[in-house]
Design a protein around this ligand. Structure first.
Ligand SMILES: C[S@@+](CC[C@H](N)C(=O)[O-])C[C@H]1O[C@@H](n2cnc3c(N)ncnc32)[C@H](O)[C@@H]1O
Length: 373
């Protein structure tokens, strides 16, 4: 590199960080671009970008045998449990004596994460590079037990049918999957309002977009035993988690979970009801509404004529205007922090926008790809 890349992820390219030979990189791709090896990312857009860049890529390390790599890079994530899971996997796939490179920015907490890891491994970390408010730290794979995973508890989701019959779903969660500790307040608002809002005409085709654990779609499938439900998420960890919940609840006949990014072409149409607790991405102080807005645009295709979407959001988020592009919007419930919006597609909005989501890319590939090239 003639000019040092200022992106914090690029620290892995600094001199002296990578050794000769392939690298497994969890949560990034620059090291693999430089040295070859395997990119591991659960995010569908990054997975696709790696594929397009002709890199070897997998959505998890599940299929990687023990002691395969002599170097593994782990990029620190916001979720402590997700980072712990990545570090445990990195240790498993590292050959004895191999180097574990742990990297991240100060703003996400690399200093304390390194301290914790050093304590668990009982090793002194070697800081290989430290600039751009980020660092890369080296540990050596020894015979010790290595980093430990953190347990994510099951969550409980209570809701009532229209006739007052109480239900409670107990759902598995996974590291990195949204609402890993307890039911999100926004999801709860939607579940509380759903039966009354739908009334006595149960939907037949339901889609849960950005499904996470699957809580919204699975609650709807429980309330409406005749309905079929498609659940979709861009995070392969969420897809695996929701699939496990579908299986545990015995709903496999009626519920399907797919790996899908809101910026891709929708996977179906003519749904009666869409349930959405939209993705909310925050980088430092900046909020990125891009994925949520792409998801709203996709509703034009997902929903049939007179189909409805229920969208729950933080009260401060300005979603009404974007949703109004797709049909009639009203606020149907609100609490101190959240609002529940209803979007009704109408014949006018269907013809106005056509049936394809702007910005959508054609897929035409296996939805279950977990490793490519
Ligand atoms: C606020 S969470 C809601 C999860 C779940 N529906 C619930 O209520 O607990 C948003 C979900 O959107 C997913 N997501 C993020 N970006 C996405 C994208 N570009 N396309 C599709 N889903 C995305 C996240 O993985 C996350 O599971």
């Amino acid at each position: 590199m003639s000019r040092r890349d200022r992106r914090p992820e690029a620290l892995v390219l600094d001199e002296g960080v990578l050794r000769e030979g392939p690298v497994c990189e969890i949560g990034g791709s620059l090291a693999v671009e430089a040295a070859g090896g395997l990119v591991v990312t659960p995010w569908r857009d990054r997975f696709r970008a790696a594929e397009i860049g002709e890199l070897e890529v997998a959505s998890s390390t599940e299929g990687v045998a023990d002691a395969t790599f002599s170097q593994v890079v782990v990029h620190l994530q916001k979720s402590r449990a997700a980072t712990a899971a990545d570090l445990a996997e990195a240790w498993r796939i590292l050959a004895p004596g191999g180097q574990l490179l742990f990297t991240g920015t100060n703003s996400v907490g690399i200093t304390s994460a390194v301290k914790r890891l050093a304590g668990v491994l009982d090793q002194s970390p070697i800081v290989v590079t430290n600039r751009a408010r980020a660092r890369v730290v080296r540990f050596k794979k020894d015979a010790g037990p290595g980093p430990q995973r953190e347990e994510t508890p099951r969550i409980e989701a209570p809701f009532e049918a229209l006739d007052g019959t109480p239900h409670t779903l107990v759902l598995e969660t996974r590291p990195g999957v949204f609402s890993a500790k307890k039911l999100d307040t926004g999801s709860r608002l939607l579940l509380d309002a759903l039966p009354g809002f739908v009334g006595h005409k149960p939907p037949k085709r339901i889609v849960d977009l950005g499904c996470g654990t699957g809580v919204l779609g699975l609650a709807a499938a429980t309330l409406y035993p005749e309905a079929e439900c498609l659940l979709a998420d861009a995070d392969a960890r969420a897809v695996a988690c929701a699939r496990a919940n579908v299986a545990a609840l015995g709903l496999g006949e009626r519920c399907r979970v797919e790996w899908w990014d809101a910026r891709e072409k929708p996977l179906g149409d003519r749904f009666d009801l869409a349930l959405v607790n939209p993705p909310f991405h925050q980088h430092g102080t900046e909020v990125d509404l891009g994925p949520a807005l792409a998801l709203f645009r996709s509703l034009a295709t997902w929903l049939g004529r007179n189909g409805r979407a229920l969208v729950v959001a933080n009260r401060t988020l300005p979603y009404e205007q974007a949703l109004a592009e797709e049909g009639q919007v009203e606020t149907v419930a609100s609490t101190r922090g959240y609002k529940l919006l209803s979007l009704k597609r109408s014949a006018r909005s269907s013809s106005a926008r056509g049936r394809s989501a702007p910005g959508a890319r054609s897929g035409g590939r296996s939805r279950d790809a977990t490793r490519s090239r």
